[in-house]
Design a protein around this ligand. Structure first.
Ligand code: ADP
Length: 430
């Protein structure tokens, strides 16, 4: 067990007999004390000044508080009546030195009435010399030291709290600055986003007219009327027509995308025959599949053929998914299947036996302008907008799209749409 702490006490009293009484009291109760004695106020002040060292308050160097090292004494016992100075003035001078230890004032006969003043001046307690009992003295010392320690702990905690509050305040200010910065950046971004969308919309729109003219004239020439074309001419014009068609598809994709971004794509639900829509769409894309010698099939298992949806949006979604299936498949099949999940949910899956998509790429492919192969030497043309558009269209229809794929084996894109979108959701944003 460790030895009990020895208390260091400064005893200030001009009367040697009284000092003896105090010492005897300590001895009697075996109070572990190391006493320093002073017989008048000046001596006491000199001891306080010489025995204590300057203390730099390192918590806040800004207001470096040069005081006295309070660890030298645990407590001071002061006689109220000293020959050179009265008790109140002594307390005031001790306090002025920042001597931060509890003070107990020993009062004589008839001094009791100034007890209030003593306490006001900053003493921790007072004891009448006439009634000094060892146990009372020790108890008073013990509780004064304890209270002082508790007060010091509170002060320290408060100081730390203030320091962390200050830090928090600064951090908050910094955060507010960053927030303001992000806000302005956001506004700028929104502006340039809007400009970009407007630019895309205008450009795509402006490009469509000449593209349609080019295609129209190419088709006219291919009729070979009234004059026939040489086979080289025919081949070249066919290439112009094919390339124009590809370009027009891309322009249309960009136009769709900018419309979706601007929230300007209308949702027009009408009753229509889903069976018929699927069959005609697949038929329209048959020539693409035939060119690549791919087997394009449709398997429709619907008990009720009519649905109330935006047929235009659904058709565009199917065209995107089927043409992707054909584009990314070199041999094998692209198979469409449609079935009812329940009374109000339709599923349409487009399965291909193509190049497939690596698992790590699956999350990216629905993002605009994202392609698994982003290189300039990529084999397949495209804007990287098709799936982003399809995803948005399906959402507008109140549905979802999902994909399963295995690299080099093929992919299945499945859309689920309600047979009839909840009327309340019709005008909600995408
Ligand atoms: P694009 O076809 O114009 O490149 P999409 O948005 O339609 O853009 O598709 C994004 C990417 O997702 C494609 O570039 C391709 O890497 C991948 N992808 C889409 N569909 C398929 C598919 N059926 N098989 C394999 N990869 C596909």
């Amino acid at each position: 067990m460790s030895s009990p702490k020895q208390f260091s006490i400064l005893l200030v009293d001009d009367d040697e007999v009284d000092r003896m009484t105090v010492k005897r009291a300590f001895r009697k109760v075996r109070f572990p004390v190391q006493l320093t004695e002073a017989s008048n106020g000046e001596e006491a002040l000199a001891i306080i000044q010489t025995k204590t060292k300057p203390l730099i308050d390192n918590l806040s160097t800004k207001h470096s508080n040069v005081g006295l090292d309070s660890t030298t004494f645990d407590l001071a016992l002061l006689d109220y009546r000293l020959p050179d100075i009265d008790g109140l003035s002594l307390i005031a001078r001790i306090k002025a030195l920042n001597f931060n230890v509890p003070l107990i004032v020993l009062t004589g006969q008839g001094d009791e009435e100034i007890a209030v003043e003593i306490m006001k001046a900053g003493a921790a307690d007072y004891l009448s010399k006439a009634k000094i009992e060892p146990s009372i003295l020790v108890k008073a010392i013990d509780s004064a030291i304890r209270i002082h320690q508790a007060e010091e702990a509170v002060k320290l905690a408060n100081k730390r709290l203030r320091a962390s509050n200050e830090l928090l305040f600064l951090k908050n200010q910094e955060l507010e600055k960053q927030q303001a910065h992000i806000k302005t950046q956001n506004i700028k971004l929104q502006e340039s986003y809007k400009l970009k969308s407007e630019f895309l919309a205008t450009m795509s729109h402006e490009l469509r007219t000449p593209m349609n003219a080019i295609m129209g004239f190419s088709q006219l020439l291919l009729r070979q009327y009234p004059d026939p074309l040489s086979s080289q001419q025919e081949n070249l014009i066919q290439r112009i027509l094919n390339n124009s068609k590809n370009l027009l598809d891309m322009i249309n994709e960009m136009l769709d995308f900018s419309k979706i971004e601007a929230g300007k794509l209308d949702y027009n639900p009408q009753p229509f025959n889903l069976n018929y829509l699927i069959a005609t769409t697949v038929e329209e894309l048959k020539s693409l599949a035939i060119q690549k010698e791919i087997n394009l099939t449709a398997e429709i298992n619907l008990t009720e053929h009519f649905i109330i949806q935006d047929s235009n949006l659904l058709k565009r979604s199917l065209i995107n998914l089927i043409s992707n299936g054909i584009k990314f498949t070199d041999k094998g099949t692209v198979k469409l299947q449609a079935w009812e999940l329940d009374a109000n949910q339709i599923a349409i899956a487009i399965e291909d036996t193509g190049i497939g998509i690596a698992t790590e790429d699956l999350s990216k492919i629905f993002q605009a302008f994202r392609q698994v192969d982003q290189s300039f030497t990529r084999q397949h043309s495209g804007t990287g907008l098709g799936l982003a558009i399809t995803d948005s269209l399906v959402k507008i229809m109140g549905g979802t799209i999902s994909v399963e794929s295995r690299l080099n084996h093929g992919s299945i894109f499945t859309i689920q749409i309600p047979r009839r979108k909840d009327v309340r959701l019709q005008n909600s944003s995408v």
